[in-house]
Design a protein around this ligand. Structure first.
Ligand code: CA
Length: 265
C-alpha cells in the first residue's frame, strides 16, 4: 500500500511574547514536517530555530533519501547533527549568540508507510489513531526526567520552578542525543507536532477533542487554527506552533488496483 500525506500548519506569537521564535516547515512531497522552538539569539533576528530547521532540511534532502529508505534513522541523526554543528558555527562566529539553541522535532513519513521521528527538547509529537491520542515523544526537561527517575511526583512537577528547563537542545554547548524512533503508519492516522506553547496551556484531552471535531467536520485544514485559538483562550503565554499531518492511501495506488478500462473503439 502506498501512502500520501496532507499537511497543515500554523504558528502564532501568542499574547505575551513580542517575537515568534518558533519555526515550522512542512514539505508534503518529501514527507517531512519539522517544528523547532528557539531560545536566545539576537533580538533582531538570527533565530536558532529558523537556522536549525534550514540546516536540518538541507542535510535531509541532500541525498536522495526519498528513493532509498533503508537508512532513515541514520539520515535523521545526521540531519540533527548538521543542524547542531551549523548553529554552533554561527555562535562561534559571534560569541554574543552563546546560549542560542532550539528544540527540534521532525517527522519523516515514507510512501511505504513508515514514520521516523527525531526529537530533541520539549516540543512534542502525537498520533491520533482510532480516536486515541498517543504521545510519540518524551520531553527532554529536567522535570520530566526527575519524574521518570522517581525523584519528583507528577503533582509536584506541575508548578515546579524548573518546569521549563530543557536538558537537551540543538545548538547549545553540549551536542544533543536525539531520540529517533520508527513507527508503522496506517491509513487514517493523524500526526500532530507542536511546540510547548500548545501543550502548556491546553491539556491533551482538549487537543484530542479539537482534532476529532475537525475530523468530524471534514475540516482538518482548520485544526491548527482551532488548536492555536485554544492556546490563546488559555492565556497564550508562549509562541504556539502546530502541524497536523493526515495519512491516507495514495490515489495512484487505488487507481492501479482497478482493472483498466479500454477506450471505446
Ligand atoms: Ca516555547
Amino acid at each position: 500500500m502506498a501512502f500520501e500525506f496532507d499537511m497543515y500548519g500554523l504558528s502564532h506569537t501568542g499574547h505575551v511574547r513580542t517575537r515568534n521564535e518558533d519555526t515550522l516547515l512542512l514539505d508534503p512531497d518529501a514527507g517531512l514536517a519539522v517544528i523547532a522552538d528557539g531560545m536566545g539569539g539576537h533580538p533582531g533576528g538570527a533565530d536558532a530555530s529558523a537556522l536549525a530547521v534550514r540546516l536540518f532540511v538541507d542535510e535531509f534532502l541532500r541525498e536522495d533519501v526519498i528513493h532509498s529508505s533503508l537508512a532513515w534513522g541514520e539520515t535523521m541523526a545526521r540531519s540533527v547533527a548538521a543542524a547542531h554543528a551549523g548553529v554552533r558555527k554561527a555562535v562561534q562566529a559571534d560569541p554574543a549568540l552563546e546560549g542560542m539553541g532550539t528544540t527540534l522535532t521532525a517527522a519523516a513519513l515514507t510512501p511505504d508507510g513508515r514514520l521516523i521521528v527525531a526529537h530533541v527538547g520539549d516540543s512534542r509529537g502525537y498520533r491520533l489513531r482510532a480516536g486515541n491520542l498517543t504521545r510519540l515523544t518524551r520531553d527532554h526537561t529536567w522535570v520530566a526526567e526527575a519524574i521518570e527517575q522517581g525523584i519528583l511526583s507528577t503533582r509536584a512537577a506541575a508548578d515546579h520552578p524548573m518546569a521549563h528547563v530543557i536538558t537537551q537542545a540543538v545548538g547549545i554547548e553540549y551536542a544533543p542525543a536525539p531520540d529517533i524512533e520508527a513507527h508503522a503508519l496506517e491509513a487514517g492516522d493523524l500526526l500532530l507536532l507542536c511546540s510547548d506553547g500548545l501543550t502548556g496551556p491546553v491539556p491533551d484531552d482538549a487537543i484530542r477533542a479539537t482534532l476529532l471535531s475537525a475530523l468530524a467536520h471534514g475540516r482538518l485544514d482548520d485544526a491548527p487554527r482551532r488548536l492555536i485559538a485554544a492556546a490563546l483562550a488559555n492565556g497564550g503565554p508562549d509562541n504556539v506552533t502546530v502541524a497536523v499531518v493526515q495519512v491516507r492511501r495514495s490515489a495512484d495506488a487505488t487507481e492501479s488496483e482497478e482493472t483498466p478500462i479500454s477506450p471505446a473503439a
